[in-house]
Design a protein around this ligand. Structure first.
Ligand code: PEP
Ligand code: MG
Length: 324
C-alpha cells in the first residue's frame, strides 16, 4: 500500500461535511484466524458461514460452529460482527447434501433450504446465540429472502432457539436481526420487510445477477453483468428510501461496496455503512474523505439520468479525477 493510503488508517471514513460512513469487513475464510483489516475496520459487516460447511463431510455440530463464531466475535469485540446464516446452494453446493437442479441459482438455496430443514437453522441459531454470551456484539443476517413469510419464520426460529437456551440456563440475548436484500422482489416490498427487522444489507452481487438475468459466474455473459446498470441504481435508491420509512439502516455488502467508483453513488443514496474485502477499506475511505454528501447527491442525480452503464461509468470516472 502507498504511504498516502497508510496515512488514512487511523482517520475516520468521513465526508468533507462531517458524515461518517462506517466501513466494515467481509470475511469468513476458515484459513483466516486473523483476517486482514481488523484494525482498519469498524467491525464485520458480512461474515459468510458457508466454508466450514463446505470443507467438511457432514454438517458441523453446534459446538464446532459455536467455537468458530466465538472466535470472530472475540476478535472484533466490542465492534459489531454481522454473521450471515447459511447460504449454501446456488454456486455453493454441499458435497454431503445432494442437490441436483437445472437452475441452482433459482432453486433450493440459503433460507429456502434451512427453513425446509429447520434443524439446520436451529443448530446454527443456537451456536450463534451461545457464541455471543457476554460479548453482545453479534448481529444475525438472513440470506436469500424473497417473501415476508420467510422473514417471520426465520425470526420465530431464532426466538425459539433463544427461549430454549434460556430455559437450559444460558444467559443469551436476542441480537439485532437483519435480512439480505438481494432478490428483486424484495426491492418492491422493502417497507414491509424493513418493518419486521432491525437492519437491511444489500447483496449487490445477487441483486445484479437476478435483476439483469445474468449468471454472476458465467463468462459468456460477463459483459452484461454490471452494477452500474441504471436498473440496479434505481433498485438501490428504492431500497434506501423504503428502509428510511421505518428508520432502518441499510448496509451494502456486495462487491459494489468495495468499488471506489461506486462510493459517490452509494453516499449520495444515503447508505449508512459499507462492507468490503480488506483490500478495499483504505481506497474507499479515501474516496469518502474527498467529497461532501451534498456533492455526492448531485452526482447520483446525474447518474440517474444516464441511460446506460457506459455513461454512468464515464460520469463517475470524471467525478473521481483528481482524487487519484
Ligand atoms: C451478494 O449477493 O452480494 C452477497 C454479498 O452475498 P454472496 O456474494 O455471498 O452471495
Ligand atoms: Mg448473495
Amino acid at each position: 500500500l502507498t504511504n498516502e493510503l497508510q496515512a488514512l488508517r487511523h482517520l475516520p471514513a468521513e465526508t468533507t461535511d462531517g458524515y461518517v460512513i462506517p466501513l466494515y469487513l467481509n470475511t469468513g475464510l476458515v484459513s483466516e484466524s486473523r483476517p486482514l483489516g481488523i484494525e482498519e475496520s469498524a467491525g464485520v459487516g458480512l461474515y459468510r458461514t458457508e466454508l466450514p460447511f463446505i470443507v467438511r463431510d457432514s454438517f458441523p455440530s453446534e459446538a464446532a460452529q459455536m467455537s468458530n463464531y466465538r472466535h470472530v466475535l472475540e476478535l472484533f469485540a466490542p465492534r459489531p460482527v454481522t454473521i450471515r446464516m447459511l447460504d449454501v446452494g446456488g454456486d455453493k453446493p454441499l458435497p454431503y447434501f445432494p442437490m441436483h437442479e437445472a437452475n441452482p441459482f433459482l432453486g433450493w438455496r440459503g433460507i429456502r433450504i434451512t427453513l425446509d430443514q429447520p434443524e439446520i437453522f436451529l443448530t446454527q441459531a443456537r451456536a450463534l446465540l451461545r457464541a455471543a454470551i457476554g460479548l453482545d456484539n453479534l448481529q444475525i443476517l438472513i440470506p436469500m429472502i424473497s417473501t415476508v413469510g420467510e422473514v417471520d419464520d426465520a425470526l420465530s426460529l431464532i426466538r425459539r432457539a433463544h427461549d430454549e437456551l434460556l430455559e437450559e440456563g444460558y444467559q443469551v440475548r436476542m441480537p439485532p436481526v437483519g435480512i439480505m436484500i438481494e432478490v428483486p422482489a424484495t426491492v418492491y416490498q422493502v417497507e414491509v420487510l424493513a418493518r419486521r427487522v432491525d437492519f437491511l444489507s444489500v447483496g449487490t452481487n445477487d441483486l445484479t445477477q437476478y435483476l439483469l438475468a445474468v449468471d454472476r459466474n458465467n463468462p459468456h455473459v460477463a459483459k452484461l453483468y454490471n452494477e452500474y446498470h441504471p436498473a440496479v441504481l434505481r433498485a438501490l435508491v428504492q431500497i434506501v428510501n423504503g428502509a428510511r420509512v421505518y428508520g432502518r439502516e441499510v448496509s451494502v455488502c456486495g462487491e459494489m461496496a468495495g468499488d471506489p467508483l461506486a462510493t459517490y453513488l452509494l453516499l449520495g443514496m444515503g447508505v449508512h455503512s459499507l462492507s468490503m474485502g480488506a483490500g478495499s477499506l483504505l481506497r474507499v475511505k479515501k474516496v469518502i474523505r474527498s467529497i461532501s454528501r451534498a456533492r455526492a447527491r448531485e452526482i447520483l442525480g446525474l447518474a440517474l439520468q444516464c441511460e446506460d452503464t457506459k455513461s454512468v461509468r464515464r460520469l463517475l470516472i470524471e467525478a473521481l479525477e483528481g482524487v487519484g
